[in-house]
Design a protein around this ligand. Structure first.
Ligand code: FAD
Length: 191
């Protein structure tokens, strides 16, 4: 049983996975490599002078794997709600994974969320017609299902979608822990 299953390994999903894995939550990421980020060239990502989309995505994946999250490179074809409040994710190769929480960070692809019954609404960003309805924490209308990044209707910029993924992950971790979570490491100049 995974604590958190994240669908999508673009900036939103990878950032969420970095936080949940680093917090010690058993984390699954499912991604079929069809995101928009690999098409981009970035000169507006804070702290990085310039970077290609492929390098940004590949570094994000390495980062969450290094922290212990599992990656399944397949399409998630179905998410089913179980009677006990958990979820079963089925992939294109018929693998099944159970999770307590799901974060949908699927970019512009909303079919999976719609099949699950997540409520959508019109998007506000250029070329983003429809997004998932979420509250300020990133919760959808289905208990235990959260959304982040482009799928959740935030400004379509990598640093914003990455930040949103981190924000939603912190909210999920806080709910799992039963208290507000913060992840701060301290710089030790002489170590
Ligand atoms: C040509 C172009 C140029 C851009 N230039 C810039 C720029 O200069 N600066 C900037 O800040 N932003 C730019 N952007 C926007 C930026 O790339 C996005 O805002 C941001 O990276 C989106 O991140 P995301 O994680 O929400 O979605 P995505 O990066 O699209 O990731 C979604 C992921 O979900 C996966 N997925 C979806 N459905 C499933 C499923 N059912 N099963 C498994 N996996 C699934 C996809 O494979 C994908 O990897 C550009 C975008 C484009 C297209």
């Amino acid at each position: 049983m995974y604590d958190v299953a994240i669908i999508g390994a673009g900036p939103a999903g990878a950032s969420a996975a970095i936080f949940t894995a680093k917090a010690g939550k058993k984390t699954l990421v499912v991604d079929h490599d069809k995101g928009m980020t690999k098409k981009a060239w970035f000169e507006n990502y804070y702290g990085i002078t310039e970077i290609s989309g492929p390098e940004l995505v590949e570094t994000g994946i390495k980062q969450f794997q290094r922290l212990g999250a599992d990656l399944v490179e397949e399409e998630a074809t179905e998410i089913k709600t179980n009677g006990d409040g958990t979820f079963t994710i089925t992939t294109s190769e018929n693998k099944q994974f159970d999770a307590k929480h799901v974060i949908l960070s699927t970019g512009v692809a909303l079919a999976l969320a719609e099949q699950l019954g997540v409520i959508t609404k019109p998007g506000t960003e250029p070329r983003i017609k429809t997004v998932l309805q979420v509250d300020e924490q990133g919760r959808t209308n289905i208990d235990g299902v959260w959304a982040a990044g482009t799928a959740a209707g935030v400004s379509v910029h990598a640093i914003i979608t990455a930040g949103d993924g981190g924000k939603v992950a912190i909210n999920v971790i806080s709910e799992l822990n039963g208290e507000r979570y913060v992840d701060h490491d301290i710089y030790q100049p002489n170590s």
